[in-house]
Design a protein around this ligand. Structure first.
Ligand code: FRU
Length: 452
């Protein structure tokens, strides 16, 4: 079936056709940013997973390359699942999960495979390198996926998501001298995850920080409301004992739509899937499904994972705000700088009937997409989720900077390193913006994105 896009984001990565989910193999290679992603090019629903591929010089304008991995070999018969990339011997190497299921969907197998490329465009598969034989006793072979590879002290290390049989998610650590022969080192967390399964682990030794996603986890009294949540754990991996010592933890993003975030190999830049499992996806109507967040510069500050958006843009409008400001913005980056902020109400992507809002209430930013446009239905049943709301702590700093990245189908909000990302599906004429603010001073700036 041919799929034609009838509408799509201006500068957020989507599939060339069809469905996408997790970003994979994020890597800076030979002077360019390579982004791969889980892709079903044949349909706007999840299906046989390929690795789609885009490349960029400026992290804003992306060019499609041919699919890097196509399923169908014995070891990845039904899908090339998520994974990561590394440079070794001047070549790019991908580690990914080969997914094999029999026709009845029983005896699913997930094994870790390797592929190599000299030009970063065409890949030669080497097949399985971490198979079931390396999975310790007591772990389920049907839930063993998403290898994240990196180098340290002359060895390659690989974190793989796993699950205890009749238990919950874990992260396993493997070690190799050559990317082909691996040995099991440890289960890097002492206890089970709160969710049913951990997915897409990512360890970044420069920050240092561990990321993971948990499926179907309790909200822990509202710490996070999405049933599938991306978390960060600040802390260091002890390569001798294979144990991860956690110092602090939190969620990666406070919005509705973020999953499977990954940090680029060789650059402190993070991107995630700007979407969520178990939600309706109105984008299907426009011939695509799923996109990635904008790239964000990532750091650890005061025990928190901090992100600031990286978008190539130029200033097109600025004003000092006395009380109220009107503007028009369908896409771009809005920066609002306030001194001694007391209250703020921002109406975005509005045409009167449809609008998306951000306001400040009880020391928290409140995002509301209940009137944004096409309704989005999820499985969460708490009152905020049912009324289209997500909340993020406000720094309440004397000098405060709020940054909002707007594209046709998304809003990403940043303040003091925290992020709140959500999809919205408003009509095309919804481009009015209204800001109502109470502060000692307030400066508004709109930048437009430089699209080539
Ligand atoms: C996470 C995930 C991964 C898996 C991939 C399949 O969103 O479920 O665990 O590798 O998606 O597309």
């Amino acid at each position: 079936m041919a799929i034609t896009k009838t509408n799509q984001p201006y500068f957020h990565v989507t599939g060339k056709t069809g469905w996408i989910n997790d970003p994979n193999g994020l890597i800076y290679f030979n002077g360019q940013y390579h982004v791969f992603f889980q892709s079903n090019p044949y349909d706007t629903k999840w299906g046989p997973m390929h690795w789609g591929h885009v490349v960029s010089d400026d992290l804003t304008n992306w060019q499609y390359l041919p699919n890097a991995l196509i399923p169908g070999d014995d070891f990845d018969k039904n899908g090339c699942f998520s994974g990561s990339a590394i440079v070794h011997d001047n070549k790019m190497w991908l580690m990914y999960t080969g997914f094999i299921e029999n026709q009845g969907g029983e005896s699913v197998r997930q094994i870790q495979c390797l592929a190599e490329s000299s030009d970063g465009i065409t890949f030669k598969k080497h097949g399985v390198v971490i198979g079931e034989d390396l999975l310790p006793n007591g772990y389920a072979p049907c839930d063993f996926r998403d290898p994240k590879v990196w180098e340290h002290n002359g060895y390659f290390w690989c974190a793989v998501a796993a699950r205890k049989i009749k238990g919950r998610g874990r992260i396993l650590l493997f070690k190799s001298t050559n990317l082909f022969d691996w040995e099991f080192i440890s289960d890097i967390f002492g206890t089970d995850s709160k969710g049913s399964m951990i997915e897409c682990p990512d360890y970044n030794q420069e920050l240092p920080c561990l990321l993971s996603c948990e499926q179907f986890q309790p909200s822990e009294n509202g710490v996070h409301l999405n049933v599938h949540t991306s978390r960060f754990y600040v802390g260091e991996l002890d390569y001798q004992t294979g144990h991860f010592a956690e110092k602090s933890r939190g969620i990666v993003d406070y919005g509705f739509d973020i999953y499977a975030p990954q940090i680029f190999a060789y650059k402190p830049i993070i991107m995630g899937w700007l979407n969520m499992w178990d939600r309706s996806c109105p984008a299907e109507k426009f011939g695509f499904a799923g996109m990635l967040t904008v790239p964000r510069k990532v750091s650890v500050k005061d025990g928190r994972l901090c992100q600031t958006p990286v978008v190539n843009c130029q200033k097109v409008f600025e004003a000092d705000v006395q009380g109220r400001l009107f503007d028009k913005a369908e896409k771009g980056v809005i920066t609002i700088k306030c001194e001694n902020l007391k209250s703020l109400n921002l109406k975005m992507r509005s045409n009167g009937t449809n609008y998306t809002t951000l306001s400040l209430s009880d020391g928290k930013w409140v995002f509301d997409r209940s009137n944004s446009g096409e309704p989005i239905v999820g499985v969460e049943k708490d009152s905020d989720s049912l009324s289209g709301k997500r909340r993020m702590p406000c720094s309440l700093q004397k000098q405060l900077t709020l940054t909002i990245v707007l594209d046709k189908f998304s809003v990403e909000i940043f303040e003091d390193g925290r992020a709140l990302s959500s999809t919205i599906y408003p009509p095309c004429d919804a481009d009015n913006l209204e800001l109502l603010v109470e502060a000692d001073t307030c400066h508004y700036q709109r930048d437009d994105v430089i699209l080539k």
